[in-house]
Design a protein around this ligand. Structure first.
Ligand code: C5P
Length: 297
């Protein structure tokens, strides 16, 4: 008899993103506010006793199913941490575009850990869970909190923030991906490296961006990405003209999102998205909503 659970992997947007400088470890020190949204992938995770394999099956043939898939790596990392050799089968239904800055692969990996805990009853404490997540990628830990989250360090050091009232969220994906590593590299060519061991004041005393309400936000990647793809810059302008409270590139792109007060405004703004782009309608998702909707019954 094999047991399985079904779980949603929600996407994130970045409400603000500041890159402070390159670090001695090759990463970049950043400050960001993440926000989870209702756009989601779906996973079915199954424990199949009797064999020792990890298998990932995805409905999108362009997504790798072996060690290049973060879901696969999450399952292996979990088995290693728990000294468990159960066979794990994961079916992944992708809806969040890859290479878009929406954290799809990272979210898939984070919820794989949660699903394995649920299946085995072997619950990790939050610290251990966050450590495994951070080892998988900078954007994975935020999905162990959900809602509005402050990201420090390379983005993996996460702090829950108070949720803001829910908003309508429009996401436009132009169909091409941005390589995050390359975007950071380009960005940092104009920055002074941070000295080894230097500690930047965390947050609170001198906030780097507004954190208390929906406000126009900034993303340091916009100038680089917009210079290469001006169609993203012009869509941002149109979203703002259509009444968006905030319109911004998410992560290092390539998706652009806009946040609206009303569904009517969202529908009007949607008409400005060029033909051929993928469009997603979503809501921002509070921490309570995130946990309520995570597991499918
Ligand atoms: O952590 P993750 O594997 O998702 O990062 C992908 C790449 O993005 C890293 O290899 C690094 O080149 C770059 N990166 C960075 N600084 C960060 C996060 C990511 O330079 N804070």
């Amino acid at each position: 008899m094999s047991r399985s659970v079904r779980i949603r992997a929600f996407a994130k947007i970045n409400l603000n993103l500041k890159v402070l400088g390159p670090r001695p470890d090759g990463y970049h020190e950043l400050r960001t506010v993440y926000q989870t949204i209702t756009l989601a992938d779906r996973l079915e995770v199954r424990l199949a006793p009797g064999s020792t394999a990890v298998q990932v099956e995805c409905d999108n043939p362009q997504i790798p199913s072996g060690p290049d898939n973060l879901v696969y790596r999450a399952a292996i990392a979990w088995r290693r941490a728990r000294r468990d050799r159960s066979a794990i089968q994961i079916r992944l239904a992708k809806r969040i575009p890859a290479g878009a800055g929406l954290g799809g692969g990272s979210s898939d990996a984070a919820v794989t850990l949660l699903a394995l805990e649920r299946l085995t009853g072997d619950r990790l404490d939050l610290k251990a869970r966050l450590e495994i997540a951070a080892g998988l990628g900078s954007d994975v830990p935020l999905f162990l909190l959900g809602g509005r989250v402050l990201g420090c360090g390379r983005g993996e050091e996460v702090y829950p923030l108070l949720d803001l009232p829910s908003r309508f969220c429009l996401v436009a994906f132009p169909g091409f991906s941005v390589n995050t590593r390359e975007a950071f590299r380009q960005f940092s060519s104009g920055l002074t490296p941070l000295k080894s061991g230097s500690r930047i004041g965390k947050f609170g005393a001198r906030p780097l961006f507004p954190m208390m309400e929906w406000e126009p936000a900034e993303n340091d990647f916009e100038p680089i990405v917009f210079a290469k793809w001006p169609e993203l810059a012009s869509l941002k302008r149109r979203f703002i003209q259509a009444g968006a409270e905030t319109a911004l590139l998410t992560g290092s792109g390539s998706a652009l999102y806009a946040v609206f007060d009303s569904a009517e405004q969202l529908l009007r703004a949607r008409q400005h998205i060029p033909p051929g782009w993928k469009v997603f309608r979503a809501r921002t998702l509070s921490r309570a909503g995130y946990w309520r909707q995570l597991f499918e019954s």
